[in-house]
Design a protein around this ligand. Structure first.
Ligand SMILES: [Zn+2]
Length: 672
């Protein structure tokens, strides 16, 4: 729903096998507790009375504003009272809080017998993260000493000893320990090279943000490390560090960034005579993986890497060490020690351990299987839409259908979540002794993760593991993997429950699935093929038609005051997404013959089609106080709902909106 990472590359197996129930009607009887009610004509005279239906109905009633005509302002009709009834900014945040509460209960309970070591590590991590009474400075000092010490803490004395290794080894040592933007970034990356997918090393120039306000923050820490510190001289060294960083900024800003093609180190070896990358890589991979001349590397911006050695003059050793220390310190102190941020950080750094603990307690396997079926039906619907889109030429259509066929999906949790060999490879970290500070523990975990990632070079690309946290209320599509991932947090109200009617589940999670799948065909995703390769598979004339069709959204959203170009991918995903979800739901009904589902209590007089849009709208309820980020490609929630309704013929038909009504304008945008 939110993220479309563009720089990940893997290929695809289809995950999770699911079995379709032999009879939908029999399946429905198992799920719903319902009563007869002749008022619910559109629902086969049945009203669902189970806990989930009652709960969702209560939410809908609480949040809507019935006085508003849905054809006038659909968003306000469904969510007008949300700000009065909810303590949270949105359901996305409310869902996150709910997961955090459940996880907190698990972490604070007594360990299970035979609990895995990594679960214990999560308990220690959480406890230490929340501990605000211990003095963190001795632990931070140890970490700074491990990278050769922070010279500014010895300002005015001769207590700092200049590191005696080369700049190459010094920088490699920091990159082994911390994932931070220290002159450049190194990542293991999966690309197509020599006609096969390979894990290669990508080296990217970076510039960390560091300014005078950061300087003031850091200045406060000096005397906490060393009460006898000469503050004046310490501050002077910080200013000098900022000036040095400014020199780096000038160099960085004045070099162009362009992707260099992957090549073996043998090929690159002679490109950068002034920085010994071989020495750097040898130190970086020492004890982790074999770096040799056959290792494939891609440098972004050869120009930068031919020049940045100018900063690494022998007289700059102290400045480089100061900059490294400042960056490490900022990196570590970046984890605010609040319950929320500890949870977020932990769900990222220890994503498999925490997800194992959570999912063992809270996962409903049937719910996951049912949601997986939904993904298959949405794919089927998209395949059909592509077949019927007359503006596609035959070759582009065939390429598009192949992309749908090959699209992988992972629903609820990764297939290897309980594969202890995998989890052990990545999170087999010795227990945290009581003397270890939170930051030392966080650094140890980070080092293990960096080493695990670097160890992937020359290995087969991993197509199964999730890169993003599992316990999130979200979903995403990876263009370079051609894969949709539905995260665990969506398995709760108002997004999904297996005991709710399908018109609810298809309008909520079904829409989210469809939205993500459409990212494969949005204005960026469409340039990746069925195998995640960055190739243009569109015939030129068809590409021109695509641009014409999508320019309709650009104009429409720009007229609403949002950046129509920046948000185009999301808008395509939203508008086609709702159509796919609706079509997939209709497909489900058709498959089961005369099948109808029960009404939600007190919603007997609505139609199933109206309910579909009402619950779709409802999942987007927010109190309007979510901070707007100018670079966010997602438009605000109210605009998302409004525009989807305005472009949807199904919506205006369901609510019988007059042609002149605001939610039913003459001009509608559509792709297929
Ligand atoms: Zn999206």
């Amino acid at each position: 729903m939110v993220n479309t990472p563009v720089k990940w590359l893997f290929i695809l197996p289809i995950l999770f096998l699911a079995i379709f129930p032999t009879s939908q009607a029999a399946f429905a009887d198992d799920v719903y507790k319902s009563i007869e009610n002749p008022e619910a004509k559109a629902f086969g005279n049945r009203v669902c009375t189970n806990k989930e239906c009652a709960k969702l109905a209560a939410m809908l009633i609480h949040n809507r504003n019935e006085k508003i005509n849905p054809c006038e302002d659909f968003g306000a009709y469904g969510c007008g009272n949300f700000k009065i009834t909810s303590n949270e900014k949105s359901y996305l945040l409310e869902g996150t809080q709910s997961i955090h509460r459940k996880l907190k209960r698990i972490l604070e309970s007594s360990p299970e017998p035979n609990e895995k070591q990594w679960c214990n590590l999560a308990r220690s991590f959480y406890k230490k993260c929340l501990d605000t009474t211990s003095d963190v400075y001795p632990g931070l000092r140890v970490l700074l000493d491990e990278i050769g010490g922070w010279p500014a803490l010895a300002a005015g004395t001769s207590d700092w000893t200049e590191f005696d290794e080369s700049f190459e080894e010094y920088i490699a040592n920091i990159h082994r320990k911390y994932q931070l933007d220290f002159f450049f970034k190194v990542k293991v990356f999966n690309v197509k090279h020599d006609n096969r997918r390979q894990n290669i090393i990508q080296v990217t120039p970076t510039l960390v943000e560091f300014n005078s306000s950061h300087l003031n923050d850091l200045s406060k820490h000096g005397s906490r490390f060393n009460p006898k510190l000469n503050i004046e001289q310490f501050d002077a060294e910080l200013v000098e560090t900022l000036t040095f960083h400014g020199e780096h900024k000038v160099l960085y800003d004045n070099t162009s960034i362009s992707l260099q093609f992957p090549g073996t180190w043998y090929h690159y070896n002679y490109e950068f005579p002034n920085f010994d990358f071989e020495k750097y890589f040898t130190r970086l991979f020492d004890g982790i993986a074999l770096f040799d001349r056959e290792t494939v590397v891609a440098f972004e911006s050869a120009e930068y890497f031919r020049q940045f050695h100018k900063l690494l003059r022998p007289e700059n050793r102290r400045k480089v060490a100061n900059l490294a220390s400042v960056l490490v310190l900022r990196h570590l102190l970046d984890i605010p020690k609040t319950e929320q941020s500890c949870m977020y950080y932990m769900n990222s750094a220890l994503k498999y351990p925490t997800a194992q603990m959570y999912i063992e307690k809270h996962m409903d396997r049937d719910a996951v299987l049912k949601a997986t079926e939904m993904v298959k039906l949405v794919k089927e619907e998209l395949r059909e839409s592509l077949k019927n889109a007359s503006w596609l030429d035959d070759q582009t259509r065939a390429n598009a259908i192949l992309k749908v066929d090959k699209m992988a999906y992972s629903v609820g949790y990764p297939e290897n979540l309980f594969n202890d060999t995998y989890v052990e490879d990545n999170w087999n970290i010795p227990p945290s002794p009581s003397s270890e500070s939170f930051y030392q523990l966080a650094a140890r975990i980070e080092r293990k993760l960096i080493a695990s990632s670097l160890s992937q070079i020359k290995r087969q690309p991993d197509t199964i593991s999730w890169e993003m946290p599992i316990l999130m209320v979200n979903a995403y599509y990876y263009p370079t993997k051609n894969k949709v991932v539905i995260q665990q947090g969506l398995f709760q109200l108002p997004f999904y429950d297996k005991n709710l009617p399908d018109y609810v589940n298809y309008a909520t999670m079904g829409f989210i699935v469809s939205h993500e799948i459409m990212h494969a065909f949005d204005n960026q995703g469409r340039f990746y093929d069925a195998f995640g390769n960055d190739v243009n598979w569109w015939e030129n004339a068809t590409s021109v038609k695509y641009d014409e069709k999508t320019s309709c959204y650009v104009k429409q959203y720009t007229d609403e005051g949002v950046d129509g170009m920046l948000t185009l991918g999301e808008n395509i995903a939203d508008n086609v997404g709702i159509k796919l979800a609706y079509g997939a739901y209709k497909r489900l009904l058709k498959r089961s013959g005369e099948y109808t589902e029960p009404a939600l209590p007190t919603f007997e007089k609505f139609s199933m089609e109206q309910m579909f849009f009402i619950v779709y709208n409802h999942q987007w309820c927010s109190n309007g106080q979510i901070e707007v980020d100018a670079n966010d490609p997602h438009p605000p929630e109210d605009i998302r709902v409004k525009m989807v309704a305005r472009n949807s013929k199904h919506f205006s038909k369901a609510f019988n909106c007059e042609k002149t009504s605001p939610m039913n304008p003459e001009e509608k945008c559509s792709i297929w």
